[in-house]
Design a protein around this ligand. Structure first.
Ligand SMILES: [Mn+2]
Length: 195
């Protein structure tokens, strides 16, 4: 099993995460933000990643540091677990429907981090959760995982559905992108020889 753990402590957050890429989708998530726990739980389940996430953050200020730093630590863990990326499928995409919402997610495990995020929310909050933090989490995750990541919600109304289509879409596309392609026979899938 390709796996990694990351501990990251700053004046704002104290985070421990572990990820198993070739897992079964079991998770133990406690970010201190209920909605983010929900998103990471379904991210693990649909990615078939084994995931442990513990965030102790400065929620008395707001949710920003906890959400962003969670994305940073998880991205670092994915990058570490991928190692030199030998044998991975590398590219994957999906259209992920969630009731009336439809989001397209395209991934290149490129080592050249880039995020295109064309998803907007009509409301500022989902419960206690600030919807603008969805983008912050994706930005932090893509930069630190080394992904070229394009997320576009083609349509949708309900903010909970839209957010869920983004996280489920990331999970399903990433599951395909990190999968070992037997035809690669352990090679790095790049003409450059490294990613
Ligand atoms: Mn839900």
């Amino acid at each position: 099993m390709r796996s990694a753990s990351i501990s990251r402590k700053t004046a704002e957050t104290d985070i421990a995460v572990s990820v198993g890429l070739d897992g079964t989708g079991q998770s133990k998530i406690a970010t201190g933000i209920g909605f983010l726990d929900h998103m990471l739980d379904l991210f693990a389940r649909h990615g078939l990643f084994d995931l442990e996430v513990k965030v102790d953050g400065d929620l008395h200020i707001d949710q920003h540091h906890s959400a962003e730093d969670c994305g940073i630590a998880l991205g670092q863990a994915f990058s570490k677990a991928l190692g030199d990326k030998r044998g991975v499928t590398r590219y994957a995409d999906i259209h992920l429907p969630m009731d009336e919402a439809l989001t397209r997610v395209c991934i290149d495990i490129s080592g050249r981090p880039f995020l295109v995020f064309r998803t907007t929310f009509k409301v500022e909050k989902i419960g206690q959760f600030d919807t603008e933090l969805v983008r912050e989490w994706f930005q932090a995750f893509a930069m630190n995982a080394g992904l070229t990541l394009h997320v576009e919600t083609l349509y949708g109304d309900n903010a909970h559905h839209i957010a869920e289509s983004c996280f489920k879409g990331l999970a399903r596309a990433l599951r395909k992108a990190v999968a070992i392609d037997p035809r690669e026979e352990g090679r790095v899938p790049s003409t450059k020889g490294s990613l």
